[in-house]
Design a protein around this ligand. Structure first.
Ligand code: GLU
Length: 285
């Protein structure tokens, strides 16, 4: 097996897998198989309120039914919180993150009064020291956000950061892409409730698992930009990326976990074989 090609499928057990997940998982699995590379399954279960063990058990069963084989042990993010805390601590020690005490409601209101850009592109900045101290002494919960201003200073200029796209982003982006982390704003790296958040966990895990090729849907293309910045700040390698087009239904809508009829369980229960589904998704044999 080749260590020069290691890819992964990283589902969150927040519902049953659907046709779109099957397509994504097969795209990664077959890409690894074609070059005798490695395929890794990672369970992204940091969201303790939405992730459920029964969904994890179901997804393992569904992927095995589909014919996928992955390496054991499977990494579950919930079992590696210390890794994420260490990464946040290293950013904190360099003043690259700040505490954000704002509630969702505060942020939504701020977005309405400054209608330029989505809520995600939030740029709050740290509180004044006095206020921060008061909030801390009151025991108010806070998230850690990446400071784009400090990050820009740390890396010199964002234009220096790029990644290789060997698939295609949503607007047909290909080849060497200059990262634009500023579009995502001061992203949350540690949520108030669980002490870590998606971008940070993904970047840490992709490095820990030595992922060389990230293969995922092009709905995550935008996520690559702040993730590229985090790799630079944490001194981690940058994999190559392949963002594949999302599978849509006959009406052109994306599949979602709420579309029960399109879950792999339902498809299987209706008598469709894994082989037939694979062929339908473009992976015969
Ligand atoms: N856990 C994410 C999801 O289910 C995927 C993360 C990734 O592939 O980077 O959408």
């Amino acid at each position: 097996m080749s260590a020069s090609f290691i890819t992964r499928f990283a589902p969150s057990p927040t519902g049953h897998l659907h046709r779109g997940h099957a397509f994504s998982a097969l795209t990664a699995f077959e890409a690894a198989r074609a070059v005798n590379g490695r395929f890794i399954l990672r369970i992204e279960d940091i969201d303790a309120t939405r992730c459920k063990p029964e969904y994890e058990a179901a997804l393992l069963e569904d992927l095995a039914w589909l014919g996928l084989k992955w390496e054991e042990p499977v990494r579950r993010q919930s079992q590696h919180l210390a890794d994420y805390e260490a990464a946040i601590e290293s950013l904190r020690a360099r003043n690259l993150v700040y505490r954000c005490f704002r509630t969702r409601k505060d942020i939504a209101e701020a977005a309405v009064s400054a209608p330029h850009g989505p809520v995600e592109a939030f740029r709050g900045g740290p509180l004044h020291a006095n206020e921060e101290e008061r909030f801390l002494s009151e025991g108010r919960p806070f998230a850690w956000r990446l400071s784009l201003d400090e990050a820009r200073e740390a890396v010199g200029a964002f234009q220096k950061l790029s990644f290789r796209e060997w698939g295609e982003g949503p607007k047909g982006e290909r080849g060497r892409i200059v990262a634009r982390p500023e579009l995502a704003g001061d992203v949350v790296l540690a949520r108030k409730d669980v002490g870590v958040a998606y971008h940070l966990a993904v970047v840490v895990d992709d490095a820990k698992q030595k992922i060389t090729h990230v293969i995922r849907g092009n709905d995550l293309f935008e996520a690559t930009h702040p993730q590229r910045l985090l790799q630079a700040l944490l001194g981690l390698p940058t994999p190559a990326y392949r963002h594949h087009p999302l599978l849509t239904d006959a009406q052109g809508r994306r599949f979602a976990k709420r579309d029960k009829a399109q879950t792999l369980r339902e498809i299987r229960a209706s008598g469709v074989t894994a082989q037939a589904l694979r062929a339908e998704l473009g992976f015969p044999g």
